[in-house]
Design a protein around this ligand. Structure first.
Ligand code: GRF
Length: 222
């Protein structure tokens, strides 16, 4: 009997290059998932067009149409539930999600964040790494919990900061590693190899991990 492919929903607020990396990996046969839905809080998000071009259903919710964050998030999750998604990927979704509303998705929701968490939660991560004089920077994929950018880190990609790097150069160089990191983590989930052991441990093949997996030469290693 064929096993069912994982159904994935993606939320994105911007250009959607991480979504595109997932679609490319799926099309290349490297990511055994089906995309159930792509949602955004911005009607003009590039991610929505990429999804449409790939034949993936989309929806937009305008925060201005809701009285408060909780109401917005409850409608967001209602639509995601209705899509039949098993897993939710935040790929550049630029909103803080209400902690109560997201609870049913804990352990089934991941986010990609452009820093070596726990460093630099929140915004302007590249600038902050440069200003701190860091020699390394990176990206993290983590399980989403009620704590902003604070859930258990699954995997990271690390890059050197080069002399003379500015914010844009650093962001662009990191992005190509994000595009490897996110599909690689989602693949582990699709293969049923990854889980969240509450409250805050990541397990690979049932083994609790002491540290995030690392992206090396396009592969995740211990
Ligand atoms: C990425 O840098 C991601 O790490 C962050 O937002 C950015 C989204 O870029 N959370 P894109 O829309 O996927 O191109």
């Amino acid at each position: 009997m064929a096993t069912q492919r994982l159904r994935v929903a993606v939320l994105a607020s911007g250009r959607g290059s991480n979504l595109q990396a997932l679609i490319v990996a799926r099309d290349a046969g490297q990511l055994p998932v089906d995309f159930a839905l792509v949602g955004s809080d911005k009607a003009n998000a590039g991610a929505l067009q990429l999804a449409k071009d790939a034949g993936i259903p989309t929806f937009t919710l305008n925060p201005k149409d809701f009285a408060n964050r909780r109401d917005f998030d409850l409608e967001l999750f209602r639509q995601l539930d209705a899509s039949g998604a098993d897993v939710l990927v935040l790929a550049g979704f630029m909103r803080v999600i209400d902690g109560e509303a997201l609870k049913p998705w804990v352990g089934r929701m991941i986010n990609i964040h452009p820093s070596l968490l726990p460093k630099y939660r929140g915004l302007h991560t590249h600038r902050r790494a440069l200003e701190a004089g860091d020699v390394e920077h990176g990206a993290s994929v983590h399980y989403v919990t009620a704590e902003l950018d604070g859930g258990p880190v699954i995997a990271q990609a690390t890059i050197d900061i080069r002399p003379g790097d500015d914010e844009l150069q650093l962001a662009q160089r990191l992005l190509s590693f994000e595009h490897q990191l996110l599909p690689a983590v989602l693949r582990l989930i699709a293969e049923g190899r990854l889980s969240l052991l509450p409250p805050d441990r990541v397990a690979l093949d049932g083994e609790p991990q002491d540290a995030p997996l690392q992206l090396r030469n396009g592969r995740l290693v211990d």
